[in-house]
Ligand binder design. Structure first.
Ligand SMILES: *[C@@H]1O[C@H](CO)[C@@H](O)[C@H](O)[C@H]1NC(C)=O
Ligand SMILES: *[C@@H]1O[C@H](CO)[C@@H](O)[C@H](O)[C@H]1NC(C)=O
Length: 216
């Protein structure tokens, strides 16, 4: 009987320790990032709440199109805790994404955030891939006003398939979502991942790996 009880307790403990999928919730109204302190915590130290002001919760500039003159033809303008110190501990942030015609936001993941994206202008092909072993591609074409969700941690992308510029706004469930661009992480790390590792991982010959590495 006692052992059954212990089993139940252990099961309960396991269930309750399930991963939290967004930033930890705040224990006070706000915690404006104090950029002065050298103390390092998970997030940032709060400045004295009595010194908080409107500008700590403010950003201006998302009306300005990002410069898409780059090899992928897109630009992400982030509005996260680095831009708005008042976002510290609040578990949310925003980006504007501009796409040149046929520009892409290359396959990437946000280790700390789910993303919800809406198209303001243009037509986007979007998709994400589920984890192993399925690696199922879930894709859709979005028009102006459509909304799509990229679950936390999954590799996703967007492509402008229209003939004009496209613009999207996305909310993310972290003050600091993080971005891992797959190509840059795998082929453009410093120092390089040894080509022999990538030869086996991608089942291609070494020249192909060296060629891709040379692009970064
Ligand atoms: C940051 O440090 C400067 C100079 O040491 C000081 O004048 C300022 O008040 C500090 N800001 C905050 C928010 O504590
Ligand atoms: C956009 O970026 C390109 C490449 O870095 C640069 O040459 C160009 O001047 C930029 N355009 C504007 C309007 O800033």
């Amino acid at each position: 009987m006692a052992s059954h009880y212990m089993m139940l307790l252990a099961l309960l403990a396991l269930t309750c320790s399930a991963a939290i999928a967004s930033d930890p919730s705040s224990l006070q109204d706000f915690c404006v990032k104090d950029s002065n302190t050298s103390v390092f915590v998970n997030g940032f130290v709060c400045k004295d709440p009595k010194l908080a002001e409107a500008n700590d919760f403010f950003f201006s500039g998302l009306h300005i199109p990002g410069n898409t003159s780059n090899p992928v033809g897109s630009r992400v303008t982030p509005v996260a805790v680095s831009q708005i110190p008042g976002l510290n501990t609040l578990g949310i942030s925003l980006v504007r994404i501009d796409y040149a015609p046929w520009g892409i936001n290359p396959p990437h993941t946000h280790p700390r955030a789910t993303e919800i994206l809406t198209v303001l202008e243009g037509t986007l092909e979007v998709g994400f891939v589920t984890s192993n072993p399925e690696n199922h591609l879930i894709r859709k074409v979005l028009q102006k006003g459509d909304v799509f969700v990229f679950p936390v941690g999954l590799v996703h992308f967007q492509r402008n398939i229209g003939y004009g510029n496209a613009v999207a706004i996305a909310g993310l469930s972290s003050q600091n979502p993080g971005v891992i661009t797959i190509a840059n992480a795998v082929f453009g790390s410093t120092p390089n991942i040894s080509p022999d590792i990538l030869v086996k991982a991608f089942q291609v010959n070494k020249n192909v790996v060296l060629n891709v590495q040379s692009k970064f």
